[in-house]
Design a protein around this ligand. Structure first.
Ligand code: AMP
Length: 396
């Protein structure tokens, strides 16, 4: 398999699938360019080798063809500023416009193609559409982890047209390496911190983790389904009654596999789902009626910190409570600080999945952990043990 480092892009036009699905404000200005910055090492490598770059991405979810609010032309100036060379734009990603732009592209130049999803064939994984894209470049580079779980034209089918010259970009390679460091080659003890709202959305990941981790720390809304499964009273907390049996099975399976599941012994409960609610600290299995568990309590924080400090590899997915509200952010913040401390002491920490990334950013700790993943759904599917089509297409 080719890699960015062993390949010379001199004289080559590299067709790079990036994830430039960035947020835009009402004036169509970029409000967070993290995803663009994440692709810069790949772009710079091609240019410094003496190659040319053709960037393709989706933006938003256009329904029926082109829509101004989803046009990638709004990104051109910003990308130019970051890459430090003028960025050319093709108003269509395939057809004559794109082919002319690609043909006229000189080495050292960057061309951005219009939103791939202006063509329904992109998400349909259409072969003819993929072959039109393939005409544009000499080499295919996939650097979009965020869409690696989709078998779309530009993320998967396109690779078939580059049997020899296809590879992962630096970002995608780094994402895979970081997740594999947790899921496949982790230094023990390994601890997964799982939070968020529901058991139902995390169940496959927890099941898969039972084969590779030593500890699973549970927090967030899903704690109460587990607490109820163990016979506790959880008041008006979020509970998925349909998943009580599943929670019991997970606890039994964990026991048989020697994985320690840590449930929060105490809870910060509110008398309403509201930042200004009255608060009470209580045992997680004895929450009074009319009260809801909205954060882990101080004893849980201490226990979880001890487990984390004793770990060599840490995966964190999902907040410990309703961290968006100040009254219920303490548990999530404490865990974030605890992971940062363990990282300083030599542990490898991976933060992934939308809300834990939002939390680590909110507490300004992103640079104090080992790796913050850019992939939401893709990361979750990878952690569930699924083979992602975008990864398989390159690896073969
Ligand atoms: P997820 O997307 O499953 O990771 O869930 C993240 C969401 O879970 C966040 O918006 C949190 O506010 C929410 N959450 C965390 N703890 C609780 C809780 N105890 N009760 C209700 N929602 C929660």
């Amino acid at each position: 398999m080719k890699t960015m480092d062993t390949f010379s892009f001199a004289g080559k036009k590299a067709l790079i699938r990036v994830d430039f699905n960035v947020p835009l404000n009402d004036s169509l200005e970029i409000t967070d360019d993290t995803r663009i910055r994440a692709a810069l090492p790949t772009i710079r490598k091609v240019l410094s080798d003496g190659g040319a770059v053709i960037l393709m991405s989706h933006l938003g979810r256009p329904k029926n063809g082109p829509e101004n609010v989803f046009s990638l032309k709004h990104l051109v100036n910003h990308i130019s500023g970051l890459v430090n060379v003028p960025v050319l734009f093709s108003a269509d990603c395939v057809g004559e416009t794109a082919e002319n732009a690609a043909t006229n592209l000189k080495m050292g130049e960057v061309l951005l193609l219009e939103n791939l999803r202006f063509h329904g064939e992109e998400t349909a994984g259409d072969k003819a559409f993929s072959s039109q894209l393939a005409k544009l470049g000499d080499v295919y580079v996939n650097d979009a982890f965020g869409t690696a779980h989709r078998a779309h034209a530009s993320t998967t089918v396109l690779a078939d047209f580059f049997l020899e010259n296809k590879m992962f970009g630096y970002l995608l390679a780094q994402e895979i390496e970081s997740v594999d460091k947790v899921m496949k080659t982790a230094e023990k003890p390994v601890t997964a911190v799982m939070g968020g709202a529901k058991v139902s959305s995390k169940i496959s990941i927890i099941s898969n983790l039972l084969d590779s981790v030593d500890n699973i720390i549970i927090g967030g809304g899903m704690s109460y389904t587990f607490a109820k499964a163990l016979g506790g009273s959880v008041g008006n907390s979020l509970v998925e009654d349909d998943f009580i049996e599943t929670a019991k099975n997970i606890l039994a399976e964990a026991k048989s596999k020697g994985v320690k599941i840590h449930l929060p012994v105490d809870t910060i409960a509110g008398d309403a789902f509201d930042n200004n609610a009255n608060l009470k600290t209580c045992a997680t299995n004895a929450i009074p009626d009319g009260w809801l568990g909205l954060d882990i309590g101080p004893d849980s924080e201490r226990e979880y910190d001890a487990v984390i400090q004793n770990s060599k590899t840490i995966l964190w997915n999902g907040p410990m409570g309703v961290f968006e509200m100040e009254s219920f952010q303490h548990g999530t913040k404490t865990i974030a600080l605890s992971i940062a401390k363990a990282t300083r002491n030599g542990a490898f920490s991976l933060i992934g999945g939308g809300d834990s990334v939002a939390a680590i950013n909110k507490f300004d700790l992103a640079d104090q952990v080992s790796y913050v993943s850019t992939g939401g759904g893709a990361l979750l599917e990878y952690m569930e043990g699924k083979e992602l089509p975008g990864i398989k297409a390159i690896r073969g």
